[in-house]
Each structure stands twice: as C-alpha cells, then as structure tokens.
Design a protein. Sequence first.
Length: 350
Amino acid sequence: MQHNNNHNSAWMMPAEWAPHAATWMVWPHNQALWESGWGVTLSQVQEDFARVANAIARFEPVKMVVDPSAVTRAKALCGPNIELIELAVNDSWCRDSGPSFVCHPQLGLAGVSWRFNAWGGKSAHDLDESLARHALNQLGLECFGTALSNEGGAIHVDGEGTLITTESVLLNPNRNPGVSKAEIEEIFSRLLGVTKTIWLPGDPDYVTGDMTDGHVDGVCAFARPGVLLVDATRDKSSVYAEVVRENRRALQLARDAKGRSFELIELYEASEAVDTEAEVFCASYTNFYIANGAIIMPAYGIEADNAAAEVLAQAFPGREIVPVRINHLAHGGGGVHCITQQQPAWPLEG
C-alpha cells in the first residue's frame, strides 16, 4: 500500500551502521546501457556485482532483484544464500531507485518511494520508478510516496537528525524545478525525522561529468555522528580539486543537528586506477557500504587500496574491512554504495 501523506514526525531514517535485516541490490542486465553507454562488458560488470553481493552475504542476507531475462546468469554467479527476486527493471542502481527505509517506535518499519526520474531524465526509468514500491510490497511494508525527485545516493543521515545532501542534485531543475530548500527540508523532516539538513554545493558546474549531478555518497560518508570521511584528491590543480575544496569548506562551516562541528577524515581517491577511456570512472573510496560487522570497500588492485583500508579500519574499529574489486563497475560510473540499499533490522537496536 502506498500512502502519499505521512504526518507522524516519529518516523526516522536510521544511520547505515544500525543493524540490518538485509541488503537490497539489483542485478545488471541491460547490455545496451553498459556496453554502448559506458563502454564496459556486461559480463564483467556482473562479476563485480556478484563479488559485492557475495561479500555482503558473509555478514547479512542479500535480496537481489533480477530481471527475468538474467536469472540464469545471476544464479550462476551469486551464492546460494542470496535471495533472487524476479522483477522487470531498467537498470541496476538500487541505492537510487530502491526504497529509503524508515522506522517508527510503535509502527515498526516502512519505506519511502522517492519520485525517481533517472537523475533528471538521463535514462529509461519506466520500470525503475516503481521499484521501491515493489520492494516494499514484497516485504509487506507501508510505502510513503512523495513528489520530491530524489535518489538514495543523494542523502546521508547520521540517525540523530542530521542529513547531508547537495544543491547540485536536489535543487537541479532536472529534478525539482521551483522547489525551495525550505520545502525540501520539510519533506525530509516529515518522512525521515531530519531536524538539520546540511547543503553542500556538490558539483554545480558538472566538472566530473557524473550523471548523478554530484551525489553526496561520492563526497563524504558518516563514520559516526559528528565524524565524516571525506573524498580527497592529491591533484590540487585539477578542476575536481576545486569541487573537493568547496564541499570541504561547506562541511567545515556546518554544524549537525546536535550543534557539533564535524571531525573530517580524508580518504584519498583511487586516482591511479582511473581509466582515461571511461566517460566517468568512480574512484571514490567514500563510496563504501556499512554492513553488519563489516565495511565493504571499493578496491581497484592498486597500492592506494591498502591506504584506504587503513583509514577505514581506524574509522570503524571492530568492523572487518573487506576490499572488493570493482574496476568494471567503476568504469561504468558506480561504486559499492551506489548498488546497495540497507534494510534496517526491527526492532531497532541502540
């Protein structure tokens, strides 16, 4: 069932480190998109997805949505403990098209279905725009709809009332023309329990060429409330370096919902791995995923992987750091966080 109004402010979106019941993913199957659009071989991208899914499945259940045309391949690469859910889909970015799960102290678990328009109409989305509702129906959970065009990769929350997003995504005319910050913040407050929205510039001049227009999960990620891992580059003269500086400046000036300034931990990008033939190569180590007891880390087979793993180990004591090679996925513009979506465990712990 889909509800278009949710006036109970007790609903909240837990932080990613809250215990999960499962991780949701969508299997890549659209050969034209990957091979003609991104210049990568679909079979190799599928191997990357399977590596991520199988790594997560060591720590928690994985629910993999699979287009009926690709079930045989998914079965061949995914472990037996990964649940395959047949459903016709356009693409494979579950972070963006899937539901954002929310919790209520009395009513339990539900989900938000954002108005998904494929990052401002950049790709076919007639099937993916209903993915969140289908996933929530599969679980028998309430679905809260909204007219706000948004993607899961555009928001990070700390579970204590703070949300970080970027102006280049949510204020973009290709998403929400004429909608103000105040109106967006009201929606975040009502649906996600957010009391403080922090706006970063993102990528306003589109210097990266990233089809998301500057998702926050390529800029920074929470380690815990008040502590952020931030994407950093050693190439101080590049156009991307200016994007990094401006986003970092905004974070340095910001205060979270509890009034805290942020401790910023630099996580240098995998610049040596970048394939110059790629239209967009996702080299951001901040695009990791927090699973139960683990950090699933993007890896590229370079020395920088080890440095990133050390930083993440210090930021997440007690969690196993699991590097997963994603060179082909990265060549297609994505990372580990882009293809995963956490389903919180209920009742919520902590």
